[in-house]
Design a protein around this ligand. Structure first.
Ligand code: SAM
Length: 232
């Protein structure tokens, strides 16, 4: 059955309303009609099912006959990524991070990175699509930060691992994070890597340097390699 997204603000009692792209997709692309059944996820763990009751130019209204509420994922994984210059690579990384179950994606400007060149509307649309495609019910927030330090301050309560090419190869993600924590912040640098100052500041704040092996991975590969260690 087709899955659509409606945030909690579009769910009123036993009715959900699809708007904008989601409504267009249901009525114009999928050509769904009144009475057709579909699944709605609210991005906060709610999964609903029911028939379409009304289609207007701007919205599709669904009667919610079934409801399941899913628990928040454990551990919560926050992927902190330096902004990658190539937009398609950044978008790829975000799509795959959502599929792998990221709780939050925190993008940051970095010393060896580029000036901000990010379309948040596109990234959010990619995250919604990846959430639906991979049958997740929680939609990760995507946030933008001025520095890696700012990301660490924001997620001060997470156990922080910084992927660094010069980390000892014995220090794999698994070797460092054997004890289960409930929240991890995984930091990955942009194409140009982290500057020595960024590494110094992050380690002073408590980040543990981890290796992804002896070879240099592209930033988006490194992000997915780090995330994949937490897939259960
Ligand atoms: N020349 C850059 C440097 O010296 O850091 C290369 C950066 S690499 C393309 C982008 C990011 O991926 C790095 O900042 C790091 O976070 C991560 N990364 C790539 N390969 C890695 C490895 N073997 N171990 C740990 N992290 C790695």
């Amino acid at each position: 059955m087709n899955i659509f997204y409606a945030p909690p603000s579009q769910i009123h009692g036993d009715m959900a309303e699809l708007l904008d792209q989601e409504a267009q997709h249901a009525s114009k692309v999928m050509r769904m009609r009144e009475g057709d059944r579909l699944i709605v996820v609210d991005g906060k763990g709610g999964r609903y099912e029911g028939p379409i009751r009304r289609i207007t130019k701007k919205s599709v209204q669904i009667e919610l006959e079934e409801h399941q509420q899913f628990d928040e994922p454990v551990p919560k994984i926050i992927l902190g990524m330096g902004i990658i210059k190539k937009r398609d690579r950044l978008e790829f990384a975000i799509e795959k991070a959502v599929e792998l179950g990221a709780w939050h994606v925190a993008l940051f400007r970095s010393d060896h990175g580029i000036k901000e060149n990010v379309r948040m509307d596109r990234l959010n649309a990619i995250a919604i699509s990846a959430m639906k495609q991979s049958l997740h019910t929680y939609l990760p927030a995507i946030s933008m930060h001025y520095s890696v330090e700012e990301v660490m301050d924001e997620f001060y309560d997470a156990y922080c691992l910084m992927a660094h090419e010069k980390a000892d190869t014995d220090r794999s993600v698994r070797s460092i994070s054997k004890d289960t924590k409930d929240k991890y912040l995984l930091l990955v640098g942009p194409e140009g890597g982290f500057s020595p100052e960024e590494v110094e500041k992050a380690t002073v704040k408590g980040a543990k340097l981890v290796s992804l092996g002896p070879y240099r991975l592209r930033a988006e590969t490194a992000a997915l390699a780090t995330m994949s260690q937490f897939v259960t």
